[in-house]
Design a protein around this ligand. Structure first.
Ligand SMILES: *Cc1c(COP(=O)(O)O)cnc(C)c1O
Length: 379
């Protein structure tokens, strides 16, 4: 077997089969080759346009607003918790992975009261249990859930969860970081007060920007809640309402790239097109890996088409660090597992990747196994 040619993105970089940062298109990166001042009319209009487009993705025109925030995704998750859950509030936190646990940590930092409903990393959040807890605890004001837990790739039933939360007239907060733009989320089907996501996951912009899409009525009641100035979404929103500008230095290049990324998102057919490409990627990946004997953590019906967790093979000839290096040498960056239930590794299907890239990755896996002397199926 000859050494395969190394795979590369449009700009010659390794392909990122990871939970983020993700591969972006050449045109998204090119959009960043300009400097704008924060008060520049072109930039101000672009900023407003980007925010309107985000609201439109959830069909929230007229009822919802988008508030942007500098930083990685966690910054805006933290901002959402600090802003929406007041010191007098109490959060029901649904956890089935590391990102849910991170919200608990944020609550600890902010001294917000919370109770946890935890399920295993390979089990979806159970709306029936939420119903019972809300029934028995009137003090709970908010419920927080992660849309797709990137720890495992599991899809949580946000529509059913929102129905339960609405039934009890509580407020729903969603971390949709690794789902937004690829999994359907419509304000008419999922009733939420706030959803957060970022520029560089399924929307394929450059990293560095988070955003919160909030029900305007709910956001307007959050004044003074945030214990942090720079993460105060209410203050950011109010300032932007007044003069259309960011409070502090805006990530101008990231916004230029994001506007272009949203053009490409629209060209692809929005959530349907983007989600469809990821689903195709996921099917190719899972089928190919299973053919080689790898086992997925999740059954297909629980798998979100963004990242796939594979059990670590028990074969003595298989060593993850060597496997990682062999994949990297062929131009594919994969990711270690983050599970507590099982030893695992992950391969992502999001970012600027298509079925040909997934097939290339499968060929690279096959080549790596051959190098390890593993012929046929791995066990
Ligand atoms: C990526 C991600 C985040 C944010 O992570 P950062 O590293 O701060 O960008 C939060 N929640 C989920 C579910 C994610 O996938």
């Amino acid at each position: 077997m000859t050494t395969p040619q190394s795979a590369a993105s449009e700009t010659g970089d390794p392909l990122l089969l990871t939970p983020g940062p993700l591969t972006t298109s050449a045109t998204v990166k090119q959009a960043m080759l300009h400097d704008y001042g924060s008060r520049d009319d072109y930039f101000i209009d672009l900023n407003a346009r980007v925010l309107d487009r985000l609201v439109a993705i959830v069909n929230g025109e007229g009822t919802h607003v988008a508030v942007p925030l500098q930083g990685s995704g966690t910054f805006v998750v933290e901002a959402m918790i600090g802003c929406f859950v007041p010191t007098t509030g109490k959060l029901l936190l649904c956890i089935n992975g590391a990102y849910g646990k991170r919200i608990a940590k944020i609550c600890d930092y902010y001294k917000r009261q919370y109770v946890v409903q935890e399920s295993a990393e390979d089990q979806p959040v159970d709306p029936v249990l939420i119903d019972k807890t809300l029934e028995s605890d009137d003090d709970i004001t908010h419920v927080a859930v992660v849309h797709t837990e990137t720890t495992s790739g599991i899809l949580n039933p946000v529509e059913k969860i929102s129905a339960v939360v609405e039934k009890h007239s509580r407020s729903l907060l969603i971390d949709s970081m690794s789902a937004f733009g690829a999994m359907p989320l419509d304000v008419k089907e999922v009733r939420f007060d706030a959803v957060v996501a970022s520029s560089n996951k399924c929307l394929e912009g450059a990293p560095g920007l988070g955003f919160c899409i909030a029900r305007e009525e709910a956001l307007s009641q959050t004044q003074g809640n945030s214990p942090s100035l720079s993460l105060d979404l209410y203050d950011q929103w109010q300032a932007m309402q007044k003069n259309r500008q960011w409070r502090f230095t805006p990530p101008t290049h990231v916004l230029l790239a994001f506007d272009q990324a949203l053009n490409e998102f629209d060209q692809e057919g929005g959530v349907t097109g983007r989600g469809g490409r990821y689903r195709d990627n996921c099917v190719v990946l899972v089928e190919g890996m299973r053919d080689m004997g790898f086992r997925t953590l999740l059954p297909d019906e629980l798998q979100a088409p963004n990242i796939v967790t594979f059990h670590m093979p028990e074969n003595d000839s298989f060593d993850f660090d060597r496997f990682y290096d062999a994949m990297r040498a062929q131009g594919y960056v994969i990711y270690p597992g983050k599970l507590t239930v099982a030893d695992s590794f992950r391969m992502g299907c999001i970012g600027r990747l298509g079925q040909a890239d997934m097939r290339g990755a499968l060929a690279a896996v096959r080549y790596a196994l051959d190098q390890f002397g593993i012929a046929g199926k791995i066990t």
